[in-house]
Write a protein that binds this ligand. Structure first.
Ligand code: APR
Length: 234
């Protein structure tokens, strides 16, 4: 008879992949310092300059394919021995999956997938590094990155709210918590659930109960928290 495993929900952002060599967005060398969001990550950008958008994601896909999961991604997998672990990530990389995490929800899409522009249920895996203009879905329309752009609906939000609302423990790693609706996930976590936030910088969080701040980078803070949590479970 398997022992009931407490539900542990982890909410991750670009910071957990920073030490794997994938740029964040709003740090000093972040992506939004170099690119204008409205030129590469909105439906208008896609309609205006499809090649630029495809090139932007091809570059980021190359970075992801050359990156490896780091100690933080791996420590989250260890938790699965004692907890029912659910990862809700804003990241479009697949480092959680490559580290071995089983339950991963991508709120903002996935860099290694494309989808039809006439039927959003038609989703494909991108083979190799590039998605090019002229590549079409089975119904003959241009494929687009399977990414949620600014101004688009976040289809997985209800699933994420549902998961967060039944968390026994909640860990936030590497997100500035400034992009909604994603950042609102934390408001659905029960007040009495212990919450941990791991980030090397000061993060503005107000009105969050039961919160422990761990001012560390992910590769240090996550493994040490995981060691603690695994110890308590006997
Ligand atoms: N370890 C942990 N956290 C780190 C590290 C590190 N080594 N390096 C940076 N960070 C933290 C930063 O302090 C910051 O709080 O990671 C966070 C990165 O914040 P953002 O760049 O804003 O990334 P994120 O919060 O994931 O952005 C949310 O915005 O642009 C959109 O869709 C995009 O999913 C993204 C969303």
């Amino acid at each position: 008879m398997s022992q009931h495993k407490p539900k542990l929900v982890v909410f991750t952002g670009a910071g957990i992949s920073a030490e794997s060599g994938i740029r964040t967005f709003r740090d000093s060398d972040g992506l939004w310092e170099e690119y204008n969001i409205y030129e590469v990550a909105t439906p208008e950008a896609w309609n205006k300059n499809r090649e630029l958008v495809l090139e932007f994601y091809n570059k980021r896909r190359k970075q992801v394919l050359n990156a490896k999961p780091n100690a933080a991604h791996k420590a989250l997998v260890d938790l699965e021995k004692k907890f029912d672990v659910w990862i809700i990530t804003q990241n479009i990389d697949d480092l959680h999956e490559r580290a071995g995490s089983k339950n991963v929800i991508h709120l903002h899409g996935e860099i290694n997938k494309s989808r039809s522009t006439v039927d959003e249920t038609l989703i494909y895996t991108i083979k190799g590094e590039e998605l090019l203009s002229g590549e079409k879905c089975e119904r003959g329309s241009q494929l687009r990155p399977h990414i949620v752009w600014f101004g688009e609906q976040v289809p997985m939000m209800d699933v994420a709210y549902e998961i967060a609302s039944s968390a026994d423990l909640f860990i936030v790693v590497g997100t500035s918590l400034v992009v909604y609706p994603a950042a609102g996930v934390i408001d659905y976590v029960p007040d009495n659930a212990p919450k941990y936030l791991i980030d090397p910088n000061e993060i503005k969080v107000n009105g969050i109960t039961n919160l422990t701040i761990i001012k560390e980078k992910a590769s240090v803070g996550v493994p040490s928290l995981v060691a603690e949590l695994m110890k308590d479970r006997g």
